[in-house]
Design a protein around this ligand. Structure first.
Ligand code: AMP
Ligand code: FES
Ligand code: ZN
Ligand code: ZN
Length: 311
């Protein structure tokens, strides 16, 4: 395989783009493809202060790397979920995120769930009345903390490392059940909500600059750039539906290159054309009585209710 640009040895072939590139030209392409997504979906500009949610994995560290290269003002945020004990999954991912930030002189906010709220995610999961699985709580807790840190730090947008494989798997899950509310809200950019004033949104805008990039491409980028990341997935996610849908989509992709990308991009297109126009009920938001974040619940938001349920 030869690089389409220079004829050198290609490190990756991307059949959906009919493109093979050497290490140097792949990095160049990857960075500019991300910049084009940022512009196309009007994610943010150079004046915006960004908060990158970093898990210590390849996607979010690659994202932080690209945003810094592109000259955006981007700080990081790591949320310590307490999975796997003192030297388990969470502790190991935190070390990767911290080492990345330190080597590049970047600012990383660290919020440890147990230190801040009293219990780790697995402990909280065991003690909730409904006996929820850790992963079910983890999303809710991460969203809440990200919003809090963004609000307190005055950040304009929260950037996450979701890639095309993540988005296509979520889309498949939502489409299989025709969950129109979720489908209507699934997008590369989620606008901020619950504005106190126009200049002070309570829930920051969420952006996903890697939505058009395959997982194998973000992994290749991290490796080529020498980024040291955690290979393991969350141990609680084993056997999850998302992983199953990702495998199915990869089977489809190997038979029909580009199928994954087309599935997602066509979804965005039909949405733009109004084919999936869902008249969402105007959400009535008010401030949570405990933490102040906007919520549709009458008194406490879902996050605060979670901690109230403990025995
Ligand atoms: P996941 O849901 O694990 O696929 O993660 C999706 C995105 O959420 C990642 O790319 C990160 O941007 C963010 N994220 C996941 N876990 C954490 C964490 N512990 N701390 C901060 N951000 C995270
Ligand atoms: Fe967070 Fe599993 S507990 S993803
Ligand atoms: Zn080349
Ligand atoms: Zn609350």
């Amino acid at each position: 395989m030869k690089c389409k640009k220079c004829g050198g040895v290609a490190v990756i072939g991307m059949r959906q783009h009919r493109l093979a590139l050497c290490a140097e030209h792949f990095v160049e392409w990857f960075v500019s493809y991300t910049q084009r997504a940022i512009e196309k979906y009007r994610m943010f500009g150079t004046d915006d202060q960004l908060l990158v949610a970093v898990s210590g994995g390849k996607d979010s560290l690659a994202l932080w790397d690209v945003l810094s290269q592109l000259g955006y003002r981007a700080d990081g945020m790591y949320i310590g979920l307490g999975i796997g004990g003192d030297d388990g999954y969470s502790a190991a991912s935190q070390l990767k995120a911290e080492a990345f930030a330190e080597a590049r002189g970047l600012t990383l906010h660290v919020v440890d769930v147990k230190q801040t709220y009293g219990q780790s995610i697995p402990e909280l999961a065991r003690r909730t009345r409904r006996g929820l699985k850790p992963c079910a709580l983890c999303g809710l807790v991460k969203r809440h903390i990200m919003n809090r840190v963004a609000y307190e730090g005055g950040y304009d947008a929260i950037a996450t490392g979701h890639n095309l494989d993540d988005e296509a798997a979520i889309l498949m899950q939502n489409a299989l059940h025709w969950q129109t509310g979720y489908l209507a809200r699934q997008a590369p950019v989620l606008p901020s909500v619950g504005q106190r004033s126009l200049t002070e949104p309570r829930l920051a805008r969420k952006v996903k600059p890697f939505v058009r990039l395959y997982e194998r491409e973000t992994a290749a980028y991290a490796i080529v750039r020498g980024i040291d990341y955690i290979y393991d997935e969350c141990p609680h996610a084993e056997g999850s539906k998302t992983i199953f849908y990702k495998k199915l989509l990869n089977q489809l992709e190997s038979r029909s290159p580009g199928a994954k990308l087309s599935f997602y991009l066509s979804f965005l297109k039909v949405k733009r054309e109004g084919l999936l126009a869902v008249r969402e009920k105007a959400l009535e938001l008010h401030d949570c009585q405990n933490c102040g974040q906007p919520t549709t619940a009458p008194e406490l938001c879902a996050f605060c209710r979670l901690w109230e349920q403990r025995e």
